[in-house]
Design a protein around this ligand. Sequence first.
Ligand code: LLP
Length: 422
Amino acid sequence: MDHFDYRDGQLHGEDVPLATIAQRFGTPCYVYSRATLERHFRAYSEALAGHPHLICYAVKANSNLAVLDVLARLGAGFDIVSVGELERVLAAGGDPARVVFSGVAKERHEMARALEVGIKCFNVESLPELERLDEVAGECGAIAPVSLRVNPDVDARTHPYISTGLKANKFGIPVDDAPAVYARAAELPNLRVVGLDCHIGSQLTELAPFLDALDRLLVLLERLEAQGITIEHLDLGGGLGVPYQGEQPPAPFDYARALLERLATWKEGRDLTLLFEPGRSIAANAGVLLTRIEYLKPGETKHFAIVDAGMNDLIRPALYQAWQAILPVDTRQPRETAIYDVVGPVCETGDFLGKDRELAVAPGDLLAVRSAGAYGFVMASNYNSRPRPPEVMVDGDRSYLVRRRETLEELWAGEARLPENR
Ligand code: LLP
């Protein structure tokens, strides 16, 4: 459920007509709904009430400061993958003690900064990373809290680019190697083992892979206990899918219930604090990309609706053949219906937002690409020297510009011509 609905034929974000936002801030433009972000976060926190837990929003999904701020105010933790994301969390008022640091290639300076601000945990993905972290912690005079990201080798049955829990993926430590790596972690002087974690993929629409992964982690946990290694928290990563095109992914409530039931049957698991790293399920349907039709181009085999947003603004359709709903913002004018490919201005055949969409539109009309709150703006680029779009947060009947449109000068800020005498 989200807060983008038609009222009297006009698409609104909460109480604000999207047409008003386009008028105020121009297009293309990302629009987020605070109430939707809050609702999705609470779906997790309420599902887990009664069990010790921490919901660490995956910053990579949408790292705008206002989004982080909204979630921080609800007590969210954050899952980060770079020092850049860490600094964003701090700038947005997030609590470093609720931050977990994922990612396969953490650099020394990133580790040092995370130790300096006192994050909750490093999700370590390899033995060399573990050894580097021990060294850096030693240099900083700190003890690093660690969790090992284990690769449970389960098939998440999702798009291959966003599946991460198979042996063939670069992520995590193979489950069979984990006991030895934990033993090494316990031995290293500047580390403290606190957790066990996994993330098997993204946009999962069934519970079975999550439960399979949990089973494998619990077997490992039993083994670790026998080795004398105590785990305080179990981090199950993110990955819960969202309905883009009629999918019916499990709700956080059903997901949590199934996990808690399974955990209750294990004496090792019962009292563990549960961590989650949801990104998409919190942010995707809390955002739309607003775009205006520049031209309608009839063709012999296809009609094109050429819009002012392109693959540089929203790359998911081009990169993953992702399907996202495209809706007219104002349905009050009579229009002829036709089937269109909705394409952008970028000089690439792959520059489309949607294919074969039935739309009743005219040039100048506004469209909203739905489910664009996650992996939308964060994956935007300046390709074709296109300034990145602004981001707006609606909150009830108000809207706030939370990132302004880039200027043309910003496109080459930081670049330089060669010296004249060369
Ligand atoms: N934790 C870790 C370690 C991750 O790698 C990810 C996502 C998450 C949490 C959050 O997963 P979520 O709840 O959002 O599924 N750009 C792709 C998605 C890439 C996901 C990468 N990792 C897309 O647009 O579909």
